[in-house]
Design a protein around this ligand. Sequence first.
Ligand code: ATP
Ligand code: MG
Length: 634
Amino acid sequence: KLLQKFKDRAAQLDMPMAVRKVFDEELNKLASLEPSASEANVTRTYLEWITQLPWGVYTPTRYSVEAARQVLEEDHYGLKELKERILEFVAVGKLRGSLESASSVAPKQDSATSSSDSDGSTTPPPPAPTPAPQSDRLPTPEGKIILLHGPPGVGKTSVGKSLARAVGREFFRFSVGGLGDVAEIKGHRRTYVGALPGKIVQALKRVGTSNPLVLIDEIDKLGRGHNGDPSSALLEMLDPEQNREFLDHYLDLPIDLSRVLFVCTANNLSTIPAPLLDRMEVLEVSGYVSEEKRVIAERYLAPQAKASAGLQDADVVLERSAIDSLIKWYARESGVRNLKKMVEKIFRKTALKIVQDLGEEKLPEPPLPADAAAAAVTPATEPSTDSPVTPLTQPDPEHDQKIHPTTTEKRAPLVIPPSVHVRITADNLKDYVGPPVYQKDRMYEGPGRLVKGVSTGLGYLGNGSGAVMPIETITTPGKGSLILTGKLGEVIRESAQIALSWVKAHAYDLRITSSPDEQWLSNRDVHIHMPEGSIGKEGPSAGTAILSALVSLGSGVGVRGDVAMTGEISLAGHVLPVGGLKEKILAAHRAGIKTILAPAANRADIEENVPDSVKEGIKLIYVEDVREVLKEVF
Ligand code: ATP
Ligand code: MG
């Protein structure tokens, strides 16, 4: 009976020859085994797997630029360049797909749409599968994979999901953050007890098609393998040169992954193994200015949060003044994740308040609608498949929406009486979210000059966001040595050494000492500290800021409080170019900085790549030499 079931299933599938052969072998083996033997069990499970994979099943990619544009706009505000790039992909696919359709495999009609619920209702099952184009690779000449890079909470993961919807592909998210076991990618050998295929095979089974969009999330946080190297396993899976015949240890069969559309996300490019990064096309997703955040909150976050708090029909308004206040005093970040959390909290609190104020029993409760009543009698249980799949990792709410409790909801929503009116403004905001997280723009601020020995630097953090970083210096009795604190990396320590040497060498010109022979700090130590939490700081870009702080320390004159700076310095006093300027400028905005000193060598880059909306309200001064820096800050 069981054998027949497998045969029936196999008959529906378009298995490649090699798979067919293995299938027949295993089936014969199962027939010859005692059903109670443990080996029979292993074989049965194996047959379950290979008969549940979507061999030859493809979702027709929806190559409509207009439809894709609409989906992208619906899900995300802004991100203009990124969206353009996605539309280019769709357009090229449209052109190429029509050329190549003749040579491609015809998909099986029946099973193509059966299990396409992994992305909730957002991806309507295609009415009639059409031949898939030969390759759905991105149209870059090298066949690269998209990598979305940017600071936390700017929408990388959610754009990945939206992209799947835009091109009508099934979606699967695979987070590799902290993953250290190759078996998660390549599967266990079948001889293991409780062996499972790797994540990508599980993904194919779950989505039910061979060309889903697979989002490899947090690829920069890939763990170090204790057995095998996960990054080379990942490379095997992603590399268009290799993945036509990806070998899963469990299946022990080559699987064609060449039509899977891989999209990766990362905060930090420097921790991505080079062979992987080489094969990717990096698309920058950068932070938002406060005006953009406000629009995101008004058009996306607030309506979503309001609906999910059950308040969509209630007269509850989160006013602009409250949103602005949230952005400035509560959620100072590159992205909008904390802002989103705050907005959600506000609507939840409002819901609680409304229910409490009215008194629960006074709220009119409408009768159950007929279908809901029926559902209450016969609880809709998920048809249990006889599949052996248990997720390797935690269920993931981002791609499996069924775990949300909406399916068990049997009661109709309460009707909120029209007498309820709630206004959340900047003035009553703290009733909802408590006192502001920030009390002022930044640790050291104007008007006028800062205290002696302090300056304002701009840093680029490992998570991809920019930050305004004050630099503090003092001297203590000692003999001219340098003390550095604030979780500083090797390179930043070198910058400090260079800055100190330069100031010592020019102490007389700078009027720190009164004669050319006198030595600055002959009997003092200098201590440099970079506060701002316990975040590790690395990179050479603090050079100009450290130098300014030291000159202020020596001369006793405070630096201007409204100026922040970034730039590497050389011993000769040249200011050298640095990275992360866009995020740094955004950070300056958040901290209320008005003037930025940037390396002259970054000018072209800034003028070309940083949008005007980001530069607005900030005066950029380009410097080539540290003397120009000193002229501006004193
Ligand atoms: P991380 O690097 O921490 O993983 P991320 O870039 O993946 O961050 P997401 O989780 O995708 O961030 O985004 C956080 C939330 O902000 C999501 O709910 C997303 O929908 C929302 N969001 C981000 N950008 C936008 C935007 N431009 N328009 C609408 N919503 C946005
Ligand atoms: Mg993410």
